[in-house]
Every structure is written in structure tokens, then in C-alpha cells.
Design a protein around this ligand. Structure first.
Ligand code: FAD
Length: 441
């Protein structure tokens, strides 16, 4: 793996039985398991590779309300509280802090969009400050140039992708939950139309409830069960540079390039929204549903290559439960970063933040973002199969809302009052209409 990640020790042998099995040890699955274990349920997490090794350690670490689609804002607000509460309750370090996020721009249209969002956010009780030209220039002094305006969202923050999911896994194990790495779930057993167990490569775990938090693999897994879950993955690239002497903003977004300070003082650099779409059988299958999404985002999306085929996560093949599956052949999706994006990111970063001219590149990597047609995740019971809960399709912004998503899953499984309205995330919407409103950001 090219990206930094805390490695944790877990048990190779899954239990014979659990109240709930969670498939996927990314930030969403692991938080879901943590909140379930806190309620006294026996929980087993099965992860085909390493905890956090796919999207959840490959992202920028932004935990933001700023510019969230209205459907996700309540989840974002509650998640920020939960990041703090998790650290206080567990004593584990996710690297989370409310450092605030800084957005700078010289584009009047962009500033006007941010201002409209600020007006909407006020109605939801979210504070965000529009910055005048002089204020933006002052806050962005590390750029050494003047700005027309910007936004500072003081209650937002970042967590460390290298630490977060493993920290939650450690807390989960202290609560008695079991975590199994190198353990792919191959399929689900049903009795009378209801989940009765999860077949893994290391044996079957009997359970009446299963949560699929499989990120980029969720659609092909659903296909084995006859459940249609439209996903397209977009390959995004990142550069990490070693610490520099000058203190730069903790989290800075511009259209050209964005920079985020990590807890070890290094910075991740990336071009927001830029990605490659690799041709795969699954992409062709769901392409019509993604037309509105691609129409909205086409400026940043480029055609890709064979990385998606190599990954195997978008196969349309059916696999057997008694033989190795694509998930065992590719334990960790580790696609090649896009060299064009990497070069542009480095050039633009030095133009934006001259102090980075002295910075050495530590690593570059890429990750497959799992996107739904409307850019909003699918969270909730899958209508076709009793006991089967979906939590996937986080569309490039699921790290920051991982705690809220996990809490909601635990609410839905236990029948508790949901922490926020689950209606916008209903998986049933994917079969009811071809196109939903594409998320604004
Ligand atoms: C470059 C990049 C930048 C991003 N920046 C941000 C950001 O700043 N802020 C933000 O909020 N979000 C960001 N995101 C998005 C964010 O990383 C994801 O939305 C989030 O991590 C999704 O978490 P997850 O748990 O759903 O999926 P993942 O982290 O992908 O985890 C899914 C896990 O399921 C496992 N799995 C799949 N199938 C099986 C199976 N059958 N059996 C066992 N295990 C299985 C996989 O191995 C994987 O570990 C970014 C993403 C990328 C790639």
C-alpha cells in the first residue's frame, strides 16, 4: 500500500454466530459495528484486506458541512459531534480536530454559489463565514496573493485517514466486537427469504442481520443476490508531501488545487473532483443512469484505462460460494495514480503555496470513489431481502460522515429512533426511478 495506514492485529477466525455481521472494514462499516457493539449486540466485521485500506485511508480527511447537499447536511452535522464523542469515549486517536476549512476564490460565480449555500446553511443552524477580499487575502497569506473572497467554516475539520478506521476497530474490539482481516465475505445464506448467515472464505457465520459496507465492491456483491445497486467508480489521485518549515493552512480548497495538513505535519495535495472513469462491464450496464451525474461533472472527469478491469470490483460475473472470489484475488484495491493529475497537482500546488517548492514528495496513490447516480449514499434495509442492510455509495464524501452513517445503521438495525431522517438514503430509490437529483457538491 502506498498510503500511510496504522496496521492493527485482529483475529483470523470468525465466530460461528453473531447478532450482526458487517461486511467491509472501511470507516462506514467499522463505525456501524462500533455503535452496534455499544448497544450490547455481538458483532463480527469481515474485511477481505486490511481495516481502512481502501477509500477510507486514501482520502483527504475532510469532515465538512461546508457545501454539503441538503440531503446530507444533517448527517454531516451530527457526524462532527460523533467524531469528538468517539475520541472522548474510547480514548482512541482518529486525528480529528475542528480546525476549520478555508475556501478561496477569484471567481464571482463560485463566490455567489458559496454565499447561497451559506444562506441555506443558516436555516439548518450551521455557521459559516463568507470572507471579503481583504479577509480572504489575510487568511490565505501563505499563497502570497490577493483573493476576491472566500469562506471559512469554523466548526468543520479533518481527521487522519491513516488512523481513523483502525482506531475505531481497536475501540470495537475493546467492546467485545470481533474483527477479521484477510476474510472476504463470498455471499449470504437465506432461510425463508431472510438472512440466516454470511459465507466467508473462513467459514459461515450464522446471523440474522448483515450490513454490506463494501464500498466500491458493493454493487457486484449485491448482484450475486439479485439486488440492483447502480454504482460507478471514479479513480482519483493524491500526492503527499513531507512537512515544510512554513505553517500552511490546515485545510485549503481552491478550484485549482487543495491542500490538507495531516497529523504528522505532511500535506496531501489533490485537484478537487478530478478523476478518471475506467471502462468496465458494470459501467456500461449502469451508464444510462449516470448521464445526469456525468453531465454535471464532465469538466473534471477524464476517460480512464484498464485499472478498473484489473481491480475486478466492477465485474458482472456470478461467483461460487465454495471457491475463491474476485475479492480474494484483489485483497486491496490499489489502482495506479493518474500521472497527468499527479504532475498538474504538484505544479498547481507550488503555484498556490510557494513554500511547497521545497517539499519532497513522500507518496502518490489513487482510490476508487464509489458513486451513486444522485451522489447520495444508499443506507438502509434492502427491500428484497429481510435482514440485509446496505451502507455504500458514499460518492466521494463518506469519510467525514462515517460516524453518522454508522450510527444510523445501528439505529435501523436495533429499531431505535434514527439519529436523523433516513429517508434521503433509502436503497429502494435506486429501483424506483431512473434519475434522481444529482448532489450539488
Ligand atoms: C482520493 C479520495 C479523496 C477523498 N476525500 C474525502 C474527504 O476529504 N472527505 C470525505 O468525507 N470523503 C472523502 N473521500 C471519500 C471517502 O474516502 C469514502 O466515501 C469513504 O471512505 C467510504 O468509506 P466506506 O467504508 O464506505 O468504503 P471503503 O473505505 O472503501 O471500505 C470498504 C471496505 O469493504 C471491504 N470489502 C468489500 N467487499 C468485501 C467483501 N465481500 N468481504 C469483505 N470485505 C469487503 C473493502 O476491502 C474495503 O476495505 C475521498 C475518497 C478518495 C478516493
Amino acid at each position: 500500500m502506498p498510503q500511510p495506514l496504522r496496521l492493527i492485529e485482529t483475529s483470523p477466525n470468525p465466530p460461528a454466530r453473531a447478532d450482526v455481521v458487517v461486511i467491509g472494514g472501511g470507516i462506514v462499516g467499522i463505525f456501524a459495528a462500533y455503535y452496534l457493539a455499544k448497544r450490547g449486540l455481538s458483532v463480527a466485521v469481515v474485511e477481505k484486506g486490511r481495516i481502512g485500506a481502501e477509500q477510507s485511508s486514501r482520502n483527504w480527511g475532510w469532515c465538512r458541512q461546508q457545501n454539503r447537499d441538503a440531503r446530507e447536511l444533517p448527517m454531516a452535522t451530527r457526524s462532527l459531534e460523533l467524531w469528538e464523542q468517539f475520541a472522548a469515549d474510547s480514548g482512541e486517536d482518529t486525528g480529528f480536530s475542528r480546525c476549520g476549512l478555508l475556501y478561496l476564490s477569484n471567481d464571482e460565480a463560485e463566490l455567489s454559489r458559496w454565499s447561497s449555500w451559506r444562506d441555506f446553511a443558516k436555516t439548518a443552524g450551521v455557521t459559516t463565514h463568507m470572507l471579503s477580499g481583504p479577509e480572504a487575502t489575510q487568511r490565505g497569506q501563505a499563497t502570497g496573493r490577493a483573493w476576491k473572497g472566500g469562506v471559512f467554516s469554523p466548526t468543520d475539520g479533518t481527521a487522519d485517514p491513516a488512523k481513523a478506521a483502525p482506531a475505531v476497530a481497536a475501540a470495537l474490539m475493546k467492546l467485545g466486537g470481533s474483527v477479521h482481516q484477510q476474510c472476504a465475505a463470498r455471499g449470504i445464506e437465506l432461510e425463508g427469504g431472510r438472512v440466516s448467515g454470511v459465507v466467508t472464505e473462513a467459514g459461515t457465520i450464522k446471523a440474522r442481520t448483515v450490513v454490506l459496507a463494501g464500498g466500491a465492491w458493493a454493487s457486484s456483491f449485491c448482484r450475486q443476490l439479485g439486488v440492483r445497486f447502480p454504482l460507478a467508480t471514479v479513480r482519483q489521485s493524491i500526492v503527499r508531501v513531507l512537512p515544510v518549515e512554513h505553517r500552511l493552512p490546515d485545510a485549503l480548497h481552491t478550484t485549482s488545487v487543495s491542500a490538507t495538513r495531516r497529523s504528522d505535519g505532511s500535506y496531501t495535495l489533490a485537484i478537487s473532483g478530478r478523476g478518471r472513469v475506467d471502462m468496465t462491464p458494470q459501467l456500461l450496464r449502469f451508464a444510462p443512469q449516470f448521464l445526469p451525474m456525468f453531465a454535471k461533472r464532465w469538466r473534471n472527469i477524464r476517460p480512464g484505462g484498464l485499472e478498473g478491469m484489473r481491480g475486478g470490483h466492477e465485474t458482472l460475473a456470478r461467483w461460487r460460494l465454495d471457491a475463491p472470489t474476485p475479492m480474494e484475488r484483489v485483497r486491496i484495491l490499489d489502482p495506479k495514480p493518474d500521472p497527468v493529475a499527479v504532475k498538474q497537482t504538484c505544479q498547481r500546488a507550488v503555484e498556490l503555496l510557494p513554500a511547497l517548492a521545497q517539499a519532497s514528495i513522500a507518496d502518490t496513490w489513487a482510490g476508487f470513489v464509489d458513486s451513486t447516480p444522485d451522489g447520495v449514499p444508499g443506507i438502509g434495509p434492502v427491500p428484497e431481502i429481510a435482514g440485509f442492510i446496505l451502507a455504500a455509495g458514499f460518492s466521494g464524501h463518506g469519510f467525514g460522515i462515517g460516524p453518522g452513517a454508522g450510527h444510523l445503521v445501528a439505529d435501523l438495525v436495533t429499531g431505535a429512533e434514527p439519529i436523523f431522517d433516513p429517508a434521503p438514503y433509502r436503497p429502494g430509490r435506486f429501483t424506483e426511478s431512473a434519475w434522481g437529483k444529482v448532489a450539488d457538491f
